[in-house]
Design a protein around this ligand. Structure first.
Ligand SMILES: CC(C)=CCC/C(C)=C/CC/C(C)=C/COP(=O)(O)OP(=O)(O)O
Length: 420
């Protein structure tokens, strides 16, 4: 082994690879996959040189099986550690965000719901997301092992076996859609199951095949609000019962639509929510992707940030700009919010566009980090504003700060009748 390592060092020197940085020293006992070859310890610090390394396969590189450390025995994991592993498999923070986006559609829906439906939707969505994320990690072990950001994931560090991981994916992948099917409704369950397939089947595979994976990934992220919408009984597609309704501002119409609940249950509303989540993800993801582009390149992912970073920033700018008409036209037009949202949403939107513009114009990690940071507050702020301007919502009354006009009228009439 010593000898073959020595030979490999000479060989890599000949190719101009040489001994390079020790920035990946943490990998010291981890083999990593490179062009279907597992590279042995000692080469983890070797800077990735795709072209030169593709020139040939040195015998020392052709290590068939990496002698990785043994899988942890499930018995040696305490319950707390096991739960922690499950949380990591489900990418807990992402799953919470997914659940919140689904819940925000429930909150924005004009249709009433019940506590059991609300809880089942939240738990069912979280289980579907946990399954999708576990399936994603099961497929990406060799690639995750090469990136600092993902190197400590449970399957990579062999905290549990792939079989155990597959059992978790299967259990959550059955429990989530089943809960949604029986406690909520079949449409919501099918959206959840379909999204598992889209993320774990299509998106995960596309990450290594085509830059268009990001477009598919954005659809995945935009489906949970649709699940919240359908959970309340909202429709997704127009029909004669649920035609598309356009809520024009009062000054444009002499005959504003009555805020009848069947009218507010409008197929344009879930489309508006979908578009908000879809477009938001491009600046968010493309900025992050730019920051970790070296890892993506090393792991062999086909990302726009790697192949064409200028286009990557342009796509991010385009979608940040698209959010302006989505929020200032589509959302109020759908009846989800009043037209005041068209104005108030302009402030966060212009801040987001400005950050995306700087990233496009000047590039660089500082601007990418700025876009990413803006994307983190953008979504909760926008959802909060939408709730504030929700159509038909009287916050003063809800907070008990204003009298109930109907009740006041009835009381006044009763006083008049009594005094007669
Ligand atoms: C209801 C249901 C099934 C919801 C699924 C929601 C979900 C998993 C959204 C993730 C969206 C996305 C493209 C994330 C990036 O994954 P990545 O693989 O690029 O991330 P990584 O590099 O950190 O692994």
């Amino acid at each position: 082994m010593q000898r073959s390592l020595l030979r490999t060092t000479c060989w890599t020197r000949q190719l101009g690879v040489g001994r390079l940085s020790t920035s990946s020293a943490a990998l010291s006992n981890t083999f990593f996959l490179h062009n279907t070859q597992w590279l042995p310890p000692g080469y983890e610090g070797t800077k990735y040189r795709p072209r030169s390394l593709q020139k040939g396969t040195h015998p020392a590189l052709a290590v068939p099986e990496p002698p990785l450390k043994a899988f942890r025995n499930i018995d040696t994991l305490s319950t707390r550690r096991l739960l922690n592993v499950y949380a990591q498999l489900s990418k807990a923070r992402l799953t919470v965000l997914v659940m919140l986006t689904s819940m925000s559609a429930v909150a924005l829906s004009p249709l009433p719901t019940t506590v059991p439906i609300l809880l089942s939707t939240a738990i069912g969505t979280a289980l579907c997301s946990a399954s999708a994320n576990t399936l994603n990690q099961l497929q990406e072990v060799p690639f995750d092992a090469q990136m600092a950001r993902t190197r400590s994931r449970p399957l990579v560090r062999r905290a549990i076996t792939p079989l155990h991981g597959a059992a978790v994916a299967l259990a959550t992948g059955i429990a989530g859609p089943a809960l949604l099917w029986y406690m909520v409704n079949p449409v919501t369950a099918m959206l959840g199951a379909g999204n598992i397939v889209l993320y774990a089947g299509v998106y995960t595979w596309m990450k290594r095949k085509s830059i268009y994976n990001t477009w598919v990934g954005s659809v995945v992220g935009a489906i949970p609000p649709l699940m919240g919408w359908t959970a309340c009984g909202g429709k997704l597609l127009p029909s004669s019962d649920y035609p598309v309704q356009f809520f024009l501002p009062d000054f444009l119409t002499t005959n504003p639509l009555p805020l009848d609940i069947s009218l507010v249950d409008n197929p344009l509303s879930p489309f508006a929510l979908f578009m908000l989540l879809y477009s938001w993800q491009f600046p968010h993801f493309n900025a992050l992707s730019y920051l970790v582009r070296d890892s993506y390149a090393q792991a062999g992912y086909t990302m726009l940030s790697v192949t064409n970073s200028a286009k990557n920033a342009l796509v991010s700018l385009r979608h940040a700009a698209l959010l302006v008409p989505v929020c200032s036209v589509l959302v109020p037009l759908s009846g989800l919010t009043t037209w005041a949202f068209a104005l108030t949403s302009l402030i966060p939107n212009l801040i987001y566009v400005r950050a995306a513009w700087r990233f496009y114009k000047h590039g660089g990690e500082k601007n990418a980090r700025s876009v990413f940071q803006h994307s983190l507050w953008y979504l909760p702020v926008m959802m909060g504003l939408m709730m504030f301007h929700k159509q038909g919502m009287d916050w003063l009354k809800w907070l008990g700060l204003a009298g109930d006009e109907e009740q006041d009228k009835e009381e006044n009439e009763a006083v008049v009748v009594a005094s007669q």
